[in-house]
Design a protein around this ligand. Structure first.
Ligand code: SAM
Ligand code: DTB
Ligand code: SF4
Length: 335
């Protein structure tokens, strides 16, 4: 165990050193979870879980070669390419999501980056979803500052763009865009005044050092992301990572706890991969500081747990969905 003193749990810092991150990973499991809970409670009610619902608004035929992704045109995964979803279908899905308790609606598109006509249509979707009284999020690939501003003007709250893994492991996973491309998109999004949703995937053949490096990069950005999705790889047949080795579930919990310690005021989302997790493992993730989930039967192209089962799990744990942010509640009563 490290002999250096532990950082004050809950303090928001962007000057974490890599040695501090490594020391957190080296803590005994019980000490790490205890510290993560202190950090969590400094900023959140630990009984509340933020609920986001995903919709794929443009599926498949993506030109990028991300080795984990069922939507890449480089791999034969059986995902059928679709045209963009019509606006009415998006509004209907958003209404359903809200009726089921979601406060955020995230629209995903299988693009390298959006073309001007595509961005115009996404902006219409964002406006319509915001009018339903939901927080809005989009994940459309790389953006420049102008594109990010167009989305903000349409009412977008969050932009999701993941680092996915460490800078060192990244070239093993994707060749068609660089780590710096990703960091540049995050800068454009932040500078345009959008909130950042950024995290990664565990289970792509990486080592603990890669988790530490990725979390260190996230926690030393000029500002912490508002949301940090931690995905467990969904192994899709046909992708190069279909047979990747499983992550030790306790290591998955460790990553959640370290993310919570490093970025104490962020929503840390237990994201893809929950269909492979027991209720007990999910409960441990919540104890480690995860306080957000994707809710609804589908992620983008792969399954997510049944919504009734998710609500039953929250009930068994005495937990409940987090209320919508106050600004949203006000705009709804006003309008
Ligand atoms: N095409 C856009 C992009 O990559 O920026 C947006 C959509 S993309 C599907 C969004 C994120 O989903 C990826 O960055 C990755 O982190 C996650 N993802 C994709 N396939 C996954 C899988 N099989 N398992 C876990 N996460 C996955
Ligand atoms: C994120 O970090 N995970 C979500 C969301 N952001 C866009 C996507 C998970 C996708 C899992 C594979 C699929 O369903 O296609
Ligand atoms: Fe395309 Fe995004 Fe999938 Fe990469 S993760 S192949 S960019 S849809």
């Amino acid at each position: 165990m490290s002999s250096s003193p532990l950082p004050q749990a809950g303090t928001i810092r962007t000057d974490w050193t890599r040695a501090e991150v490594d020391a957190l990973f080296a803590l005994p499991f019980s000490e790490l979870l205890f510290q993560a809970q202190l950090a969590h409670r400094a900023h959140f009610n630990p009984a509340e879980i933020q609920i986001s619902t995903l919709m794929s608004v443009k599926t498949g035929a993506c030109p990028e070669d991300c080795s984990y992704c069922p939507q890449s045109s480089h791999y034969d995964t059986g995902v059928e390419a679709e045209h963009m979803a019509p606006l009415e279908a998006v509004v209907e899905a958003a209404r359903n999501a809200k009726a089921n308790g979601a406060t955020r609606f995230c629209m995903g598109a299988a693009w390298r980056s959006p073309k001007p006509r595509q961005l115009t249509r996404i902006a219409q979707m964002v406006r319509a979803v915001a009018d339903e009284g939901l927080e809005t999020c989009a994940t459309l690939g790389m953006l420049d500052r102008e594109q990010a501003e167009e989305l903000r003007e349409a009412g977008l709250d969050y932009y999701n763009h993941n680092l996915d893994t460490s800078a060192e492991h990244y070239p093993e996973i994707i060749s068609t865009r660089t780590y710096d491309d990703r960091l540049n998109t995050l800068t454009a999004v932040r500078d345009a005044g959008l909130k950042v949703c950024c995290g990664g995937i565990l289970g792509m053949g990486e080592a603990r050092a890669d988790w530490a490096a990725m979390l260190h990069t996230l926690a030393t950005l000029p500002a912490h992301p508002g949301s940090v999705p931690i995905n467990q790889l969904v192994k899709v047949p046909g992708t190069p990572l279909a047979d990747a080795a499983d992550v030790d579930p306790l290591d998955f919990v460790r990553v959640i706890a370290v993310a919570r310690m490093l970025m104490p005021a962020a929503h840390v989302r237990l994201s893809a991969g929950r269909t492979q997790m027991s209720d007990e493992l999910q409960a441990l993730c919540f104890l480690a500081g995860a306080n957000s989930i994707f809710y609804g039967e589908q992620l983008l192209t792969t399954p997510n747990p049944d919504s009734n089962d998710d609500m039953a799990l929250l009930n068994r744990l005495g937990m409940r969905p987090e209320a919508a942010p106050a600004e949203l509640a006000r705009s709804q009563t006003a309008g």
